[in-house]
Design a protein around this ligand. Structure first.
Ligand code: FES
Length: 109
């Protein structure tokens, strides 16, 4: 049993500008996480959905990187424009958004 229905981790790792790997923070993950958190609060879901910052999730070239538990849905290259769909589909209705899935989560044809 979990304390929350959903637990979302968003990478906020910071790297020096000279580091060629880049980082999710440089791509705007703090603002992304704050907006998601604000929206979850506004919808009255704060006690059910926990939004946490994370260190590097190991998928830097796909940043902004995030993962949603308990399903273990990994999304990459997310932007603030994706937030309404992430909330509606993945946080409220347990659906995956195919175009945001990390490559390792996509179905092989
Ligand atoms: S810096 Fe975000 S996944 Fe590595």
């Amino acid at each position: 049993m979990s304390l929350y229905q959903k637990h979302v981790f968003i990478c906020e790792n910071v790297r020096d500008d000279s580091d060629t790997r880049g980082s999710c923070s440089q791509k705007g993950s703090p603002d992304f996480r704050n907006k998601l958190k604000e929206e979850v609060d506004r919808l009255g879901l704060k006690s059910k959905i926990r939004i946490n910052k994370a260190g590097c999730l190991g998928t830097c070239n796909q940043g902004i990187s995030m993962v949603i538990y308990p399903e273990g849905i990994w999304y990459g290259k997310v932007t603030e424009a994706d937030l309404p769909e992430i909330i509606e589909k993945s946080l409220l209705n347990n659906e995956k958004i195919d175009r945001l899935l990390m490559p390792f989560m996509r179905k092989k044809v």
